[in-house]
Write a protein that binds this ligand. Sequence first.
Ligand code: ZN
Length: 130
Amino acid sequence: MARPTRAVREGVYWRDQNACCSCGSPDGLTFQHRRAVGAGGSKLPPTFSDGLTACAICNARFEGDLQTLALLNGWKVPRGVKDPARVPYYHAATNRWYVLTDEGPWRVEITRDVAVAMKLAVYGPEGSYV
Ligand SMILES: [Zn+2]
């Protein structure tokens, strides 16, 4: 996956209040690619819904011991998910769920019940990773 444009990177940090989505740290922030690098074969730069703000420590752990949690919380989306905007994400620092958008308002708060329903729609028995 290509690197984000400067505008997208800075916009994602702004949207996420310059804090790691997982631990809330304002230090060592990185652009977290929600889709695995190479997934979908996209050579286009990531969009707002493709990215999250994560500190370097958490970003690395999303590929390791936090991988399952990252998938459950929408910090990563599995290979095969074509539209990451359909997967909500959990903002641990504020205990809230959001849907990401590629246009303003960039993210919309949702209830936990809506988040569960959205994840079931994508991952559940009827879901096909659309
Ligand atoms: Zn962190």
